[in-house]
Design a protein. Structure first.
Length: 216
């Protein structure tokens, strides 16, 4: 083989090795960036998938009444008998009307636990006492916050379904029930608290609060 051919062969091998080294370096440089970009895209897709599937409707909420436990709680902050009823007049109620011009409200729930803000509507001073909160819808009494042996827990609430344009839901009455309580369980000084429920459009992931006063 001539010297010229040997040199050409060596040059060709050197070029091939150089291209391989460059290709490997580029792969090592760019692949992590590609992997990161794909990871971000996957994360974004996951976030989009968990976003609201519909637009929230504008709901007008009307509250009336209050919770009155002044007469039931004695001077020592206790309650003598089980299942003491709320004697507020008028009783606390809630009415909901869809005032939107284009969106219906779907999968509407009434709950005392807001899935969006992750907060509850029971005042801290009332939690884990002996008081429970209920809602009556279409004649059915459903607990919203249930206290068992001094330990309270929020429930999933009640589903009122779809509220069409111009539609309303008004057959909703709230109530509070307190079992017998030892002295100093409640503040007997005429304290006033704020009780909240949330009108939650589950499909739109939108929550609207409603509130009433609770007097002890």
């Amino acid at each position: 083989m001539s010297k010229t051919k040997v040199n050409w062969a060596l040059t060709l091998v050197a070029v091939v090795l150089s291209m391989a080294l460059i290709g490997g370096a580029m792969y090592m440089y760019y692949q992590p960036k590609v992997d990161a970009a794909e990871a971000r895209a996957t994360s974004l897709s996951s976030q989009i998938a968990t976003q609201a599937s519909v637009s929230a409707a504008y709901l007008e909420i009307t509250e009336a009444g209050s919770f009155d436990y002044i007469d039931e709680i004695d001077a020592n902050g206790g309650i003598a008998a089980d299942d003491t009823g709320n004697d507020a007049t008028p009783a606390p109620t809630i009415a909901i009307e869809n005032k939107d011009t284009s969106d219906i409200a779907t999968n509407v729930k009434i709950t005392m636990w807001d899935p969006e803000s992750q907060v509850g509507g029971v005042p801290t001073a009332i939690e884990d006492t002996t008081m429970s909160f209920y809602i009556t819808y279409n004649g059915v009494l459903t607990p919203l916050y249930l206290n068992t042996a001094g330990v309270g827990a929020y429930t999933t609430g009640v589903n009122v379904g779809t509220i069409p344009l111009g539609g309303s839901v008004s057959a909703l009455t709230l109530s509070a029930v307190a079992d017998a309580a030892a002295d100093d369980t409640y503040d007997d000084s005429g304290a006033t608290y704020t009780v909240k429920v949330f009108v939650y459009q589950a499909d739109a992931k939108d929550s609207t609060p409603a509130s009433w006063t609770l007097s002890t």
